[in-house]
Design a protein around this ligand. Structure first.
Ligand SMILES: [Ca+2]
Length: 318
């Protein structure tokens, strides 16, 4: 209110027309209108910004999704390529050896506009935990002894062997204290199931996991097996002998199982390995990684390859 404003006519009747009152009212209305306009403008600006941000986020999400889908296809293509190469090797050679896969294993492959890398592991080069127990439920003593040797060579508690055997076998007779408590009494479905077995802690698991598998027929591919797995095959294979096997196969892959008798120290002892080793893998763990900038797709799979056909034993895409 303008206090300096005086009525023009002191005698004016209440309610009669007053120019000063009119002036004051118009000034207040203009201020209010300005405030309302500003509030509306602010709200509109906020709405526009919110909308633009939403469009930006949705567009980005769509682009990421499209890129992710494309990378998924690239990873699948690389995996198919790797399995084709493995299958071709199985057809053309009497053995599988890391050299046959060196052009693909761990190499970046250019596929269309993306790069994919495949990592191939021969599961037959590992100790098959499920081989501890025959299908009839009986203990496979030979495999059991190998597992004890593997654990010992890895400086792990050999008591893990009876615990795993009891976890698998169908009976409830304890081979060591507490080993049948909450046992599965069935074959392992994955290596990380070992973490459920009583007496196997994370550190022990991490140590043994690279050398064991649940796939394959129990025969160990001596063309790819690491030193601890080779040592587990027989008590006559010490570290030096295992390293000689590795040196020998680097120059001359084993084309037949009996060729292992050519390794110094195994001329006679190698005979006991027949029927327990192979020179050819059939089950392969293939990891395919496709990446473009910060977006990555990884397919982890286990394929049993027989001729041109590949049976998927495990598949995970992240
Ligand atoms: Ca059992």
């Amino acid at each position: 209110m303008n206090n300096k404003c005086k009525p023009q006519n002191e005698n004016a009747k209440p309610g009669s027309f007053n120019a000063c009152n009119v002036q004051v009212s118009l000034s207040d209305s203009g201020g209010m209108a300005l405030i309302i306009t500003l509030v509306i403008l602010t709200l509109l600006t906020a709405l526009v910004v919110e909308f633009a941000y939403g469009v930006y986020i949705n567009t980005n999400a769509l682009n990421n999704w499209q890129e992710s889908q494309r990378l998924s296809l690239t990873a699948r293509s690389a995996l198919r390529l790797a399995s084709g190469v493995i299958s071709g090797n199985i057809d053309n050679y009497s053995y599988t050896h890391p050299d046959l896969l060196k052009d693909y294993n761990g190499r970046a492959l250019a596929l269309s506009r993306d790069i994919a890398t495949v990592y191939i592991e021969d599961e037959s080069a590992k100790f098959n935990l499920n081989s501890l127990v025959y299908p009839n439920g009986m203990l496979n003593k030979s495999a059991y002894d190998s597992f004890v040797r593997l654990l010992t060579d890895l400086r792990l508690d050999p008591d893990i062997a009876p615990r795993v055997a009891d976890w698998i076998d169908p009976d409830a007779e304890e081979k060591t204290a507490g080993s049948e408590l909450k046992a599965k009494n069935g074959y392992l479905d994955s290596v990380d199931e070992l973490l459920l077995v009583r007496g196997i802690d994370r550190a022990s698991y991490d140590r043994v996991a690279p050398y064991v598998t649940i796939y394959g027929n129990g025969l160990v591919n001596v063309n790819c097996a690491d030193v601890p797995v080779l040592m587990s095959l027989s008590e006559s294979i010490d570290k030096e002998t295992a390293e000689r096997i590795v040196s020998y196969r680097e120059n001359t892959p084993f084309e037949r199982p009996e060729n292992i008798l050519k390794v110094a120290g195994l001329e006679t002892a190698g005979a006991s390995l027949m029927g327990r080793i192979t020179v050819k893998g059939t089950v392969f763990h293939i990891t395919s990684v496709a990446q473009a900038g910060p977006i990555k797709r990884v397919i982890e799979s286990v394929l049993e390859i027989s001729g041109r056909a590949g049976i998927v034993k495990y598949w995970r895409e992240i």
